[in-house]
Design a protein around this ligand. Structure first.
Ligand code: PLP
Length: 424
């Protein structure tokens, strides 16, 4: 309560902005995730790896737009790509373009896809991957995993399909994720569903991102893949969040060979983006308009020049395979330091590479009523220390975050643990 009172006192302009916003936006925002009580912090601008709020406080940006903000704010290469596109190419040409084919080729090469199609969001990418799997197999059901998040209408927390999940009844949710127990359950559920005769796809993340940065083991993912392939279901790996974790995506790193992969986030160079692709046998038979009976794939902005050029410049010039390896090494190092610091307390840092999740444990498990209060306390106090992280405790590192800021964060977490030893 004390931390919250200080937050209210320190942020009068964010409060005022919220009062204005609720008059036109339900709850004052257009992304539920950003809802904060009594009001969310309102950011004014960002530069490099920092952001500033309406009241003028400066923060190191650890939200990294939930992994879409990999390049930080106004990265010079992205800036040049955007300005030259605007000045010399134009925004939307209403035709196919070389920029679209050029980026598709780079995405295929980098993520080992035979074919790819662009969309506007990761949600849409999953929507189309599922449509492709259904069209290809002539079947309907999809096996997913508890805690999985595949976009605005594909959320499977609490062991069920969320109320806004598309075709809720078509999803079969495996209750466990990530470990040996989950592997056995995944096999059983996939085989049972296939036996009923209507299984189209298995959709899984290599690491659950929104679910708390919980990596799936290689054995678990291989088991899910094998069961899917043995039953003739399409194995879809959702790499919207995880493609940044290894030079060719997390799936390649783990030795998986998914039929389809979905992509998004930073690959739009900071603009809205999604993509899905994989085996040409599936992609061509479903989406090639020269094939009789193929599916239509529409989307006004699918190949907009800004995204095609900013995304290409970012992946080609900035987030090279070497830079990817180094960023994730820095992330692993940071997570290791944080976990050593938090040893013997309730605080744990999960994730992989440059994506970090923080959890307060209760009786040895990650879930508890109290964890929300502790997360709030952590959030308010990290703001005071000058760190912008998500309320749910998710950190997506931005390229080139100064080492001093990482050290400062470790110190700030240390101070948090010391201040609250009684409840840790
Ligand atoms: N899939 C995963 C694994 C995600 O983390 C997200 C977004 O967080 C999505 C899909 C949806 O992407 P978008 O928000 O661009 O629709």
């Amino acid at each position: 309560a004390a931390a919250q009172s200080r937050y209210v006192a320190n942020n009068p302009l964010s409060k005022k902005q919220h009062e204005l916003a609720v008059e036109s936006l339900p709850g004052g925002n257009t992304r539920t995730l950003l809802h904060t009580s009594p009001f969310p912090l309102c950011m004014k601008h960002g530069k490099g790896t920092f952001v500033w709020d309406e009241d003028g406080h400066k923060y190191t940006d650890f939200v990294g737009e939930l992994s879409a903000g990999l390049y930080g704010h106004s990265h010079p290469v992205i800036r040049t790509a955007i300005l030259s596109t605007f000045d010399e190419i134009g925004l939307s040409l209403g035709s196919t373009t070389t920029y679209e084919a050029r980026y598709a080729s780079l995405l295929c090469q980098r993520f080992k896809l035979e074919r790819v199609r662009m969309t506007n969001t990761g949600t849409e990418a999953n929507l189309h991957a599922l449509a492709a799997a259904r069209h290809y197999t002539g079947k309907k059901k999809v096996v997913v995993f508890n805690g999985g998040y595949h976009g605005a209408c594909f959320s499977f927390g609490g062991g069920k399909a969320a109320p806004n999940t598309a075709d809720k009844g078509d999803f079969v949710v495996v209750q466990n994720y990530g470990d040996d127990e989950a592997a056995a359950e995944a096999r059983r559920v996939i085989e049972e569903t296939a036996r009923e005769g209507d299984l189209a796809a298995v959709l899984v993340e290599g690491m659950q991102g929104a679910g708390g940065c919980l990596p799936g083991s290689k054995e678990f993912l291989l088991a899910a893949q094998e069961a899917a392939k043995n039953t003739g279901a399409v194995f879809i790996l959702d790499e919207v969040m995880t493609s940044r974790l290894a030079p060719n995506g997390l799936g390649q790193e783990l030795g998986l060979s998914p039929d389809l992969v979905t992509l998004g986030k930073y690959l739009g160079g900071g603009f809205s983006f999604g993509a899905f692709g994989g085996r040409k046998e599936i992609m061509d038979s479903v989406y090639d308009p020269r094939v009789k009976g193929s599916l239509a794939h529409s989307g006004t902005f699918n190949n907009n020049t800004m995204t095609m050029c900013a995304g290409f410049a970012g992946l080609n010039q900035v987030f090279t395979e070497e830079v990817c390896v180094e960023l994730n090494r820095v992330g692993d190092d940071l997570r290791g330091r944080l976990n050593r610091l938090a040893k013997g307390t309730r605080l744990r840092f999960t994730g992989r590479g440059s994506l970090i999740g923080l959890h307060f444990r209760e009786n040895g498990t990650f879930e508890s009523q109290e964890k929300a209060d502790l997360r709030n306390l952590f959030w308010f106090e990290m703001l005071e220390e000058g760190f912008w992280i998500t309320r749910r405790g998710f950190i997506a590192m931005i390229l080139d975050t100064p080492k001093d800021e990482l050290d400062r964060f470790v110190d700030a977490v240390g101070r948090f643990l010391e201040r609250h030893t009684g409840i840790m």
